[in-house]
Design a protein around this ligand. Structure first.
Ligand code: MG
Length: 388
């Protein structure tokens, strides 16, 4: 069944005392929201993911996500309350006609694929299902002066968590009805479903699937994220372009005067093409030709920094960061050494990483092969990325 995930990240909470909303605070190598989105983007049973964000946070969102992922739509604009934000998101998702929707919080990055699976499994036969954990702590009711008046029976009590899964049309209708009835006091989507008479079932959530609310939560989560061995990936890329009449070539995003130009559908920057492929390779994605077909008129004469920036954004969308990149250019001429620092700086700028993480080298091939015969230029690249 076509399944959408709606990630609610419109909150402006200040309890975490971070300089920006906590969904954009850095956790390990990436913002909290990028981690949360990655769980759903990477989940094979989720077809579509959208975030609901505060309009003012759009630059933070764009920086966190880059230019996206095939499953990512939106973002949608949040409302004054969480309930309104969810409704806005559901209304926007309607055009994609999902059958099921999972509603999750942007500040719960540690939701596991197994929890998502349990909610989806339950939805196979139940009209609605949410993650929850049985209440472990003893419950007290306090009176004036915080004096305990009663110890409550916790039997049958569960703490609700997201993701909360529903039939899409049913939860959208329930939200619309709650709005029309002026019910703005329902604290989660399950409560809206219950109010609308939908049977909601519980599945086992997880203690780790907690909300990052305070600065302390964030620090603990960061320690946990930092304590796990990062998932390190390496990719390689190769590209070559032939010489054609002209007076300059593009290499590593730098224009170099030369006796010839390089021929290609785009600007023929073989070095950036090899590097783009290395990054896409590191995250197991299709190559540059799949992402930017050389039959597509949009990319005719395109500047190759667009391709590299896209690959960098794909890494970030996976909750990853570029550890280092290494480019080797194979040519007899032009001379690369005088431009090496400019090339490194340009690549660092395109990827938004420190220049210390970028190496550019060049070699001749001693007159051997097509590069040695000065028929064209080739480039090799490797890239290492650390995923969450
Ligand atoms: Mg190429």
């Amino acid at each position: 069944m076509k399944t959408a995930a709606l990630i609610v990240a419109a909150g402006r909470g200040t309890r975490a005392a971070t300089p920006q909303p906590k969904q954009y605070a850095t956790l390990g190598a990436a913002p909290v929201l990028a981690h949360t989105l990655a769980v759903f983007l990477d989940h094979p049973r989720v077809d579509l993911v959208a975030a609901v964000i505060a309009e003012a946070d759009r630059p933070l969102y764009d920086a966190a996500i880059g230019c996206g992922h095939a499953k990512l739509v939106g973002p949608e604009r949040g409302g004054d309350t969480r309930q309104r934000s969810v409704l806005n998101g559901l209304r926007a998702l309607k055009s994609h006609a999902p059958e099921l929707v999972l509603i999750h919080d942007g500040v719960r990055p540690f939701v596991t694929p197994a929890i998502v699976d349990r909610v989806l499994d339950e939805l196979q036969h139940a009209p609605a299902a949410i993650a929850a954990v049985p209440l472990a702590d003893t419950l007290k009711r306090a009176g004036p002066g915080r004096r305990i008046e009663a110890t409550l029976d916790r039997a049958g009590l569960w703490q609700a968590q997201p993701p909360q899964g529903f039939r899409f049309e049913a939860i959208l209708a329930a939200h619309e009805a709650a709005l029309a009835a002026g019910r703005d006091d329902l604290t989660d989507d399950a409560a809206i479903a219950e109010w609308a008479g939908i049977a909601v079932h519980l599945v086992q959530g997880g203690e780790a699937n907690g909300k990052l609310t305070t600065a302390e939560d964030l620090a603990l989560a960061a320690a946990r994220a930092g304590g796990e061995a990062p998932d390190v990936r390496t990719g390689q890329g190769f590209d070559a372009h032939r010489f054609a009449p002209g007076d300059h070539v593009w290499l590593c995003g730098i224009r170099l005067g030369h006796t010839h130009a390089l021929e290609g559908h785009s600007d023929a920057d073989a070095a950036l093409h090899a590097l783009t492929d290395a990054l896409l390779g590191a995250i197991g994605e299709a190559d540059i030709g799949e992402h930017f077909a050389d039959t597509d008129p949009r990319w005719k004469g395109a500047q190759s920094h667009l391709f590299l920036a896209h690959a960098g954004a794909r890494v970030r969308a996976r909750g990853g960061a570029v550890s280092n990149v290494d480019v080797t250019i194979l040519c007899e001429a032009p001379r690369i050494a005088p431009h090496r620092d400019a090339m490194r700086a340009r690549i660092a700028e395109i990827l938004g990483i420190d220049v210390g993480r970028v190496a550019v080298k060049a070699t001749t091939t001693e007159g051997l092969g097509f590069t040695g015969r000065r028929e064209g230029i080739a480039a090799l690249a490797t890239a290492t990325v650390a995923l969450r």
